[in-house]
Design a binder for this molecule. Structure first.
Ligand SMILES: C[S@@+](CC[C@H](N)C(=O)[O-])C[C@H]1O[C@@H](n2cnc3c(N)ncnc32)[C@H](O)[C@@H]1O
Length: 245
């Protein structure tokens, strides 16, 4: 059973926390930009929350992929309740085949599941294969640039985030999030060094790979999130499949 099968409802509830709405979303959707008329592959789509957002914003072809049958079940239920034309498959994002030509690959918290360089590379290769030449990879991620002291309890933001010591590639990063309602949800991400990310994405053929500091929406007041935004636990991630590749 995939880890998220057991926490699908709790995870979905955590998406209502203010830092999700006012930092995670502006960071992710700021990177993705205007999707009207575009095709989007959502790698590690979870319950499809952001696939639905992109379909609602005018993306014409949206497909979501997730390892967790429980998460895909929630996504399909939402599609059945209100059809947006989104399709889904249960699939390991390290080995996506036959889903090609997308303008955008979105990866919201996928790469932080790689437990070593080889797995990160397979995930990046899947993303590269699925993009059309000139297409863009955009996502959010557990921030691998975090200073050791910043793995801690965030009382104002209803979560703890700790890292296994000694810190080395593959160290588990344990998150425990208390959603506004219901039971807490716990899951592990894994730490891979920022330089390894840069090297792997370059080796796979991506250009313009970068980590992007998380932020609130343009014009919004960042003050309520100041402790969250300082050396923020999450970051944006972005790269391009070159037009001549
Ligand atoms: C933190 S959730 C994010 C879900 C969604 N992108 C969102 O932002 O709400 C991480 C998701 O990654 C999925 N996942 C983890 N490893 C994966 C893999 N190798 N292939 C596909 N999905 C994976 C989990 O099942 C889970 O649904």
């Amino acid at each position: 059973m995939a880890e998220y099968d057991a926490i699908a409802d709790e995870y979905a509830a955590s998406k209502q926390l203010p830092w999700r709405l006012h930092v995670e979303q502006p960071t992710l959707f700021g990177l993705i930009g205007d999707v009207r008329g575009k095709s989007v592959l959502d790698l590690a789509c979870g319950d499809g929350i952001y696939a639905r957002t992109l379909a609602d914003r005018g993306a014409t072809r949206v497909h979501g992929v997730d390892l967790s049958a429980g998460m895909i079940e929630l996504a399909r239920r939402a599609e059945a309740a209100r059809s947006r034309g989104i399709t889904y498959s249960v699939c390991d994002a390290s080995d996506v085949r036959g889903l090609e030509g997308f303008d955008v690959v979105m990866a919201a918290y996928l790469f932080n599941y790689a437990q070593d360089r080889a797995q990160l590379r397979r995930m990046a290769e899947s993303a590269f294969r699925s993009l059309r030449p000139g297409g863009r990879l955009c996502g959010v991620n557990d921030n691998p640039r975090t200073a050791p002291a910043r793995y801690r309890y965030y009382p104002e933001f209803s979560f703890v985030r700790y890292i296994e010591k000694p810190q080395r590639e593959g160290s588990a990063i344990t998150w425990a999030i208390q959603p506004p309602t219901g039971e807490p949800c716990m899951f592990d991400n894994f730490w891979i060094a920022p330089e390894t990310y840069r090297e792997v994405f370059e080796q796979v053929g991506f250009t313009e790979f970068r980590f992007v500091d998380a932020h609130v929406a343009p014009g919004a007041d960042p003050a309520p999130f100041s402790d969250f935004l300082e050396d923020c636990p999450i970051c944006g991630i972005s790269a391009v499949r070159p037009a001549d590749s």
